[in-house]
Design a protein around this ligand. Structure first.
Ligand code: ANZ
Ligand code: ZN
Length: 877
């Protein structure tokens, strides 16, 4: 028995096949039982799974298996976020077709995921690139269009003038196209938008209901939506050269700082700037220069602050004799507020950087608490904190909110050209969602453009608009656009020659509703089925990376609302009740003497007297430098391949290690040693189960009525662990649940080791039976293959995956000790921890022996000790 080893390589595929054939993980249909929908963010079929996937899916699988055992009907599906640029890039490089590349990757990754032993209902698998999926997405688009949730308007895109193609923000690197290296231009294109901005208020309010989301994610969404209360202020332009407007309107959230204003600035594409540029070639050049940069917020924020003095002046709204210069500035965006600002350098860092560059000076108007008004100055660091107004005439002495209110009131009452100078306004940072992409490998937008009828939706009976298969990728640009026939169609209204929309949808659209589709992925007629949505939604636990904290989750929340409005999502308000964002998988880095990175698979680690050292497996075992622990990345070669890990250790070991080593929200450091330790522990569990199988009574022996102390002790350890593992799994504290299993295994081992004769009493046999069963059930969600094997070894005929979670006996989990608050003369001084059954006399002497009691008595004799049983002790002295 001792020498027998558990062979993961044989057992794992065996059980996977068994589950598969038995349909163990098909979604339950018992409507009388509660449902649980657990979902991990579905993968992009990039080629192979990585360790991050292993961690993500191991977590979801533990929850799915645990909830299933707890009696829930569990929905745990899997699919593929299958459209996107990498498939097109691969097509260009390998002269393959994006569909072939994608489906081949899906096949590989499906096999890999299956080798992890995930409890997934594979009959619900979907791929977003499949016409059977995107057909419904096109229908949703048309319904959104009819419901007024879609817009078509001009928007700026990054244009690569060499490749003649639109670039995503990520494809613009330092202002240049990632492939061509050409300076990127900003171009206006007519694009399709989903009107998410109109939902800003509701998306914001909904965040308050998401109590099972990480606070951090809610905050990130809140900031992204960016609600701000501010003031529109009209500045009067000082009459001067060639402009026909008499005013310039700005948006500000800090009207309190108006007396610190040093300049006004407008966006390069502000109409006034455009107008001035007509007669000012230098300004025109400046505007063109500004257009050579990415449209991303990051690109704008990190760019050096630059401006152009227009020569225009405006009047300060509180002082006709105070003129302020008007600049065109690269950090002012046209599509926020009014595309114009007043700059207060003392209290805004961007304004300060700008003012320092152009010698505009600054005037502090907010005095920080405790600062000396005579000496407080600003040089390179703007002050944006709390304080009191100064250098601000009638505002002096006011707090910031009071000053904001005062300025608003006065300017609302003041009139220029027959209208109030200022108006309060609430702004959102959230913009409408531009979904047009000039790419092939995406969901076609189901629209036809007709010269006489305009924009015509594709009739529903003609859906899906399928992507043509015969496309070429030998030149840049959109293959749909240059396809010889695909875009030429008859207009559905007038029958005349018309042109298909050749833009496809942003792939974020595909992932914005897949979780709804999973509730009934077979329905061919409709995107969703109301009954299925009401049964399964919302997702009870969603798990994924923090990198999706903003866009994906926000778009999914918007889609849920839009689908509800168009009768595709029943009464659903929010899609994900619980959200969990797991940490990354990180690994040591290794560097050879030549400075090149070395992969972990090519390295052997050794404990030497001088500490851990690493040596190459090739190159005569040369030593390599152990570098910092970093996120696994191809560039640093510090990746380990899940296939290799599963091949050498088995999936259970990989799963267990991923879950055991650190709290799930933190990064986990993958190490070979760690995996080896898990593998040893797995063998230990296997041996222990074998020993228990010999000592234990048969599975169906009735429970004895009395238990001897050793049996009782074992039972208490087992039931205690059962409670704790349950609590930990409920709270997704996988690492703690695993620590409990370790602890229990130690206790069970000790009990087994204490057995001296083969003739043991029935009650102890029963306790061993129970210990074996429960221990296996407790690690089954994490190590499902080993658990099945152990379960069979314990004599069970039904799968552990089909067995209900055990129920703890309350009498066995009552804590033996209690903690009583101890007061001295009515004031709490500490706690007494004592046996629950301790009598009056025992409590009295224990209390008097406490240091803090003696100290509090300060030598006085004790007059009385009052004991409220199980509640409190008061010593009177
Ligand atoms: C004067 C001022 C003084 C400002 C100060 C800030 C600090 P949020 O909170 O995001 O709404 N702003 C307004 N429109 C802008 C645009 N189109 N492009 C760039 N910046 C713009 O931010 C509002 C603040 O951002 C506004 O308040 C404005 O600068 C700037 F000590 O006005 B503030
Ligand atoms: Zn027509």
């Amino acid at each position: 028995m001792e020498s027998e080893r558990y062979n993961a390589r044989e057992a794992e595929p065996k059980w996977q096949k068994f589950w598969d054939e038995a349909g163990t993980f098909l979604t339950g249909t018992d409507a009388a039982r509660p449902k649980y929908y657990v979902l991990e963010m579905f993968p992009y079929p990039s080629g192979r799974i990585h360790m991050g996937h292993v961690r993500n899916y191991a977590m979801g699988d533990v929850i799915a298996r645990y909830k299933r055992a707890k009696g829930f009907m569990v929905l745990h599906p899997m699919g593929w976020d299958a459209f996107g640029m990498p498939a097109e890039n691969a097509a260009m490089q390998n002269k393959s077709h994006p569909a072939d590349w994608t489906y081949a990757n899906i096949a590989t990754m499906r096999t890999q995921l299956k080798s992890m032993g995930l409890s997934i209902d594979w009959t619900r698998e979907i791929a977003t690139c499949d016409p059977s999926y995107y057909k419904h997405q096109q229908k949703l688009f048309l319904d959104f269009l009819a419901a007024g949730l879609v817009d078509r308007k001009q928007a700026k895109v990054n244009w690569d003038p060499v490749d003649h193609t639109v670039l995503a923000n990520e494809q613009v690197i330092d202002g240049r196209g990632w492939r061509s290296g050409a300076l990127v231009e900003q171009r206006e294109l007519t694009q399709w938008f989903l009107k998410i901005a109109a939902q800003a208020d509701d998306l914001l309010a909904g965040l308050d209901t998401l109590e099972h989301w990480p606070e951090k994610v809610r905050l990130m969404q809140k900031n992204w939506i960016g609600r701000s209360e501010g003031l529109l202020v009209r500045f009067e332009l000082v009459p001067g050269p060639a402009v026909d407007t008499r005013e310039l309107e700005v948006y500000t959230t800090r009207p309190d700082t108006l007396f610190g204003a040093k300049f006004l600035a407008i966006a390069p594409d502000h109409p006034l700037a455009q107008k001035l540029a007509e007669s000012d070639p230098a300004l025109k050049d400046f505007i063109i220069e500004c257009s050579h940069r990415g449209t991303s917020v990051a690109a704008i924020e990190t760019a050096e602050k630059k401006g152009y003095d227009t020569g225009l002046k405006v009047r300060h709204p509180f002082d006709d004799n105070w003129g302020l210069p008007v600049y065109v500035a690269n950090f002012v965006l046209m599509d926020y507020g009014t595309g114009a600002i007043f700059g207060c350098p003392a209290h805004d860092q961007r304004d300060l950087d700008f003012a320092n560059t152009y010698g505009l000076g600054n005037q502090p108007v907010i005095l920080p608490p405790g600062a000396d008004p005579a000496s407080f100055v600003i040089t390179t660091q703007a002050y944006d904190g709390e304080g009191t107004l100064f250098h601000s005439r009638f505002l002096d002495g006011l707090s910031i909110p009071e000053a904001k209110e005062e300025v608003a009131k006065r300017l609302e009452a003041a009139v220029f050209d027959g209208r109030p100078i200022a108006k309060r306004q609430i702004n959102f940072r959230l913009r409408d969602w531009g979904i047009s992409r000039q790419r092939y490998w995406g969901c076609p937008i189901p629209i036809i453009h007709c010269e006489s009828c305009g924009v015509v939706p594709v009739p529903e009976k003609d859906l899906p608009v399928e992507l043509p298969k015969d496309v070429t990728f030998d030149q840049p640009g959109n293959p749909l656009d240059r396809h010889p026939t695909w875009k030429h169609v008859a207009c559905p209204i007038c029958g005349g020659p018309a042109r298909r929309e050749t833009d496809t949808m942003d792939t974020f659209v595909d992932s914005s509703w897949y979780f709804l589709r999973f509730t009934d992925p077979k329905d061919q007629a409709e995107p969703t089925d109301a009954a299925a949505v009401s049964r399964w939604m919302p997702v009870d636990q969603y798990i994924g990376g923090i990198e999706h904290a903003i866009l994906h989750l926000l778009y999914a929340r918007f889609f849920t609302r839009a689908m509800r409005m168009t009768n595709h999502a029943d009464e659903l308000k929010e899609p994900f009740t619980g959200l969990f964002t797991q940490g990354m998988v990180v690994h040591e880095t290794y560097k050879g003497l030549d400075g090149a990175w070395v992969a972990p698979a090519d390295v052997r680690i050794e404990q030497t007297p001088e500490g851990r050292k690493a040596f190459r497996l090739d190159n005569n075992g040369a030593e390599v430098e152990i570098g910092p622990i970093e996120k696994m990345s191809k560039s640093k070669k510090n990746v380990v391949d899940p296939d290799e890990i599963i091949e050498s250790f088995g999936a259970d070991t990989a799963r267990w290690f991923m879950l055991s080593d650190s709290p799930p929200e933190r990064d986990v450091i993958w190490t070979q040693e760690g995996a080896q330790n898990v593998s040893k522990f797995l063998q230990r569990l296997w041996r222990l189960t074998g020993e228990l199988a010999e000592l234990a009574s048969a599975p169906d022996i009735p429970k004895p009525t009395v238990f001897s102390p050793p049996a009782m002790e074992l039972r208490k350890a087992v039931h205690g662990a059962l409670i704790k593992v349950g609590e930990d799994l409920d709270r997704l504290r996988f690492n703690r649940a695993i620590a409990q299993v370790h602890d229990l295994a130690n206790k069970v081992s000790a009990a087994v080791g204490a057995v001296e004769t083969p003739e043991i009493s029935d009650d102890l046999r029963f306790a061993f039976r129970e210990a074996g069963d429960i221990m296996v059930q407790l690690f089954a969600p994490m190590m499902p293959h080993l658990a099945e094997e152990c379960w069979a070894r314990l004599g069970h005929k039904v799968l552990v995956a089909e067995t209900a979670w055990p129920i703890a006996e309350p009498a066995l989990v009552v804590e033996d000790v209690i903690s009583l608050p101890v007061q001295v003369n009515g004031k709490k001084r500490g706690d007494l921890v004592i046996d629950r059954t301790a009598d009056q006399a025992a409590i009295e002497s224990a209390v008097l022996a406490l240091d803090f009691v003696q100290k509090a008595l300060e030598g006085r004799p004790v007059k009385k000790i009052i004991i409220v049983p199980q509640r409190i002790v008061n010593v009177v002295g």
